[in-house]
Every structure is written in C-alpha cells, then in structure tokens.
Design a binder for this molecule. Structure first.
Ligand SMILES: [Fe+2]
Ligand SMILES: [Fe+2]
Length: 474
C-alpha cells in the first residue's frame, strides 16, 4: 500500500483513476490551504519543522522524518489496506460483507457521523493556533505542530469520504468544515469542547490527553463501521492519534515531575513564585478537561447511539473482542444516574446505553494514565495524589446536566457549588498564574521553568536538537 507522492494530493486510493473526484478534491485543496494559512499556527508558517510524514500505511515504518515548512506538508488520503473478506461484525447486518458504497437508507446518519468527526479536526488546530508564541521548548513546539498538521490531515480523511461517497451534499459539507470557527458565536464548531479556549500549554497537554483520547474512542468505534472506507480511514487515523496521546500524557507528566522537583527543593506546595505550577492547579485543569471530554460521548441513554449500532454504522470499542451476540437485543448495562438527590446505579438496555459503555472504556484508560502520573509523584516521595473527578462532575450533557456534583460525587446546592467552584475548577487567579509562566523558550535543549525535559528526543534524535528552525523574529 505505497503512497503516491508524485500527485498533487498524495494518496493510496488510486485517486488518478477517478478524474471527477480528483478534480473536486483539487479544487478543495487551495481552500484548505487558505484555511490553514488563516487559522493554522500563528507566526510559524515560514519555519522549518522536523515533522513526520506517512510513507506507507503499514503498522511498522510508516513515518518519514524531515524539515518541512508547514504549508508545504503533504496532506493526503491514506487508508489502511482493504480486507476483501471483511464482514460487518454487529447489528442487523451482522455477517454480511462490509459495504463499499454508502447504504442508501443510512446515508443521512452516516454523513452526520463523518461531518461531526471531521469538524473536530480543524477545530483543535484553531484552538491551538496561538500556542507557538509561548512554547516551553523547541521539542514541545515541534510536537504541537506535528499534532496540528495531523489534525489537518484528519480533516482530509473525512473530506475525502464526503467527496467520494456523498455527492453534492458531501461537497457542501466539506466547504462547511472550512467555514465554521472554534469559539465563534455565529458559526461555532459542532461540539462543545471544541469551542473552548486552549489558552496555555497546560491546557494543550490536558486537551491532547483527555480530548484527543475521546477522539481515539470515537475513531475506534467508527473503525468498526460496516461502511468499509470509513473503517479503513479511521484505522490509519488511530496510528497518528497515538502520538497525540503521547504528547498529552507525557506533557502533563513532565509538568508534574517538575512541580515535584520544585516542591521538594523549596519545601512548599506553593511553587508559583519559583516558576512551577502547583499540583492543586494541575488537578483543577484535569477536572476541567476531563469533564468536558466526558460530555463528548453524549447522553448515557441514547436512541441515536442504538440506531447507529443496529444499523451497523458505529460499533463498540474493540467490537470483535467482545463476547456476546453483537446485537444486544436482550442485554442490559449498568449506568449511574441521579435520582432524588442521590446518584444510583440503574440497569438499562445495553443497546441504548452504548455511549456510556464507550465512556466507561475511556474512563478506564484515563485511570491507567492517572496511575502513571501518580507514580511520578509517589516516586519523588510526596504524598499528593491526583484523582479523576466523579463522572457527574461539571457535566453539560446527559443525566447529570444541570446538577451540581462535587468531584467526590455528592450532589450539592447551587450556592454551595458556587462557593466551592474555585476549589475544583481553574479560577481566574489560577489561569493568570499559569499564563504568567508561559514565556517562550527557544534555545535548543532548553526548557521552561515549569516543565521537565523529556526522557528522549523525537525519532531517536537528541533532546537538544533544533527541532524547529527559522523562528519568527519576535
Ligand atoms: Fe484528529
Ligand atoms: Fe488528535
């Protein structure tokens, strides 16, 4: 499955065999670049960045590393290899051959799923566009830009499907993906978390950890789709996504490591004046990003989710590893929900509780990463521990919406919530403290005061390599 880089749009889908599609995508390409130049990384479009580019879609050795100016990045269309015998693994069409064309009766839903996923990709680039100006190191700057160009490629992945399989309305949706803007009141991005600001690097690392991880679970369940082109494009996106999660988890881990170092050195938990970020503030950022990311999974009980599943459009996480009938006609699933001022468990039809099942898989993944962060604190001999807040905390979607739930899972009154909110979520003062630390560090091998260096560099290169060259003058 070699990728053809000789064409204007790199691809491994034999794009040149379909002139109409090729022309349509070639006319979308300059609009994408216009969007990238307007909304992509601010100030660094002329810099040379040590980036990886896909050269094949095999699990091993797909990446090629070299210095690239971001607008010259070879965004393209890469699908994992087709399995000619692939069968639909769940739902009413279970056992039938996977669809190579859009099933007519599910066209509208499928398009909506693709647009919703596609919309998150440019949104995060927009959210992160000012971060380069305050990078803690060239190593981190490069990682930010790697994530950004790959999110741009994920947009390509979804736009390809819209153009190739959805005719005129697909083309219109592809234009819409370039028109919406993160956080813009009159034309916002579709999902809430993608309209939040990413004002500082702690937010960025938390976003890459928690919100990109939602992306991993959404992509993994779309990778199960009976619509084979969607499945194959999501499978390749997942290999790119793994790096984003690494950037997030390792980034937060390095902040924690540095905070521990400063706490021990100065024998205090208040390390702001020594150039560090208090672990208490790290916890509040975690609470924020975790809770807005939980919302992305949707309502605990959802007939939409049930319909997507039964129709064979969106499966469960690792569907084929699950041992049941893959129809869920008689299964139940336990969820948490509020009832008369308390949070209780409730048995619900598994089919309508699919969002919650996916959220549970996500939460378990977050718990494992949390344990690795706490290990860093433990190993430095400190007693502080980070925790994931209760799933009902600070939720805007689903059963807990409109309630005030503490991180420990108690439902409290609104006045009590307001009185204690600043203990649980970043206050203006916390954000100001973090913002005050965001001074750019751009000497190779040097790191800002609030973050530890990484254990190793990118692609076996030294940590002190000049990962980004030709920086803007100020
Ligand atoms: Fe993405
Ligand atoms: Fe991502």
């Amino acid at each position: 499955m070699a990728i053809n880089y000789a064409e204007r749009i790199p691809n491994n889908v034999n794009l040149s065999d379909d002139r109409r599609l090729q022309r349509a995508l070639e006319s979308w390409q300059p609009k994408f670049l216009e969007w990238w130049n307007e909304m992509g990384p601010d100030g660094f479009q002329a810099s040379d960045v040590y980036l990886r580019t896909a050269i094949s879609v095999d699990a091993k050795g797909w990446a090629n590393f070299g210095y690239v100016k971001m607008p010259e990045y070879r965004w393209g269309i890469f699908l994992t290899q087709a399995d000619p015998n692939r069968k639909i693994a769940f739902g009413e069409h279970k056992g039938q051959p996977a669809w190579q064309e859009v099933p007519g009766e599910h066209r509208g839903i499928l398009r909506r799923l693709i647009v919703t996923q596609g919309d998150t990709e440019p949104a995060s680039v927009e959210q992160q566009r000012h971060l380069g100006r305050t990078c803690p190191s060239l190593y981190d700057l490069r990682n930010l830009f790697q994530v950004n160009v790959e999110e741009g490629r994920h947009l390509w992945a979804m736009v390809y499907l819209l153009h190739a399989y959805f005719g005129r309305d697909g083309r219109e949706e592809a234009e819409g993906l370039l028109r919406r803007r993160s956080g813009q009141a009159d034309n916002p991005r579709i999902l809430g978390a993608f309209n939040e600001r990413t004002p500082d690097w702690l937010s960025f690392f938390m976003f890459a950890h928690f919100t990109d991880r939602d992306g991993k679970y959404q992509l993994a369940s779309l990778a199960e789709s009976g619509f084979d082109p969607l499945s194959r494009t999501c499978r390749f996106m997942l290999t790119e996504e793994a790096h984003h999660l690494f950037v997030g988890e390792a980034g937060v881990g390095r902040v924690i490591a540095r905070s521990c170092e400063l706490m021990k050195q100065h024998k205090t938990e208040r390390i702001g004046e020594y150039g560090g970020i208090d672990l208490e503030i790290v916890q509040k950022y975690l609470n924020f990003h975790y809770s807005v990311s939980l919302d992305l999974f949707g309502s605990e009980l959802s007939t939409n989710a049930a319909n997507y599943f039964s129709a064979g459009l969106k499966g469960r996480y690792k569907e084929e590893d699950l041992e049941d009938d893959h129809l869920l006609s008689a299964n139940s699933y336990r969820i948490l929900k509020p009832s008369h001022g308390k949070i209780v468990t409730s048995e619900e039809p598994a089919l309508t509780a699919l969002n919650e099942a996916l959220r549970d898989a996500y939460i378990a993944d977050c718990e494992r990463a949390l344990a690795r962060w706490n290990r860093i604190i433990q190993d430095s001999g400190l007693d502080f521990r980070l925790a994931l807040p209760h799933r009902g905390f600070h939720r805007a979607i689903g059963e807990f919406r409109g309630l005030h739930v503490t991180p420990q899972g108690q439902i409290v009154s609104e006045p009590e919530w307001r009185a204690r909110k600043a203990d649980w979520l970043p206050s203006d003062a916390d954000r100001e403290l973090v913002a005050s630390l965001m001074k750019p560090v751009t000497a190779p091998g040097k790191f800002a005061s609030w973050i530890a260096p990484p254990a190793r560099g990118i692609n076996l290169q030294p940590v002190e390599m000049e990962y980004v060259r030709n920086l803007p003058a100020n």
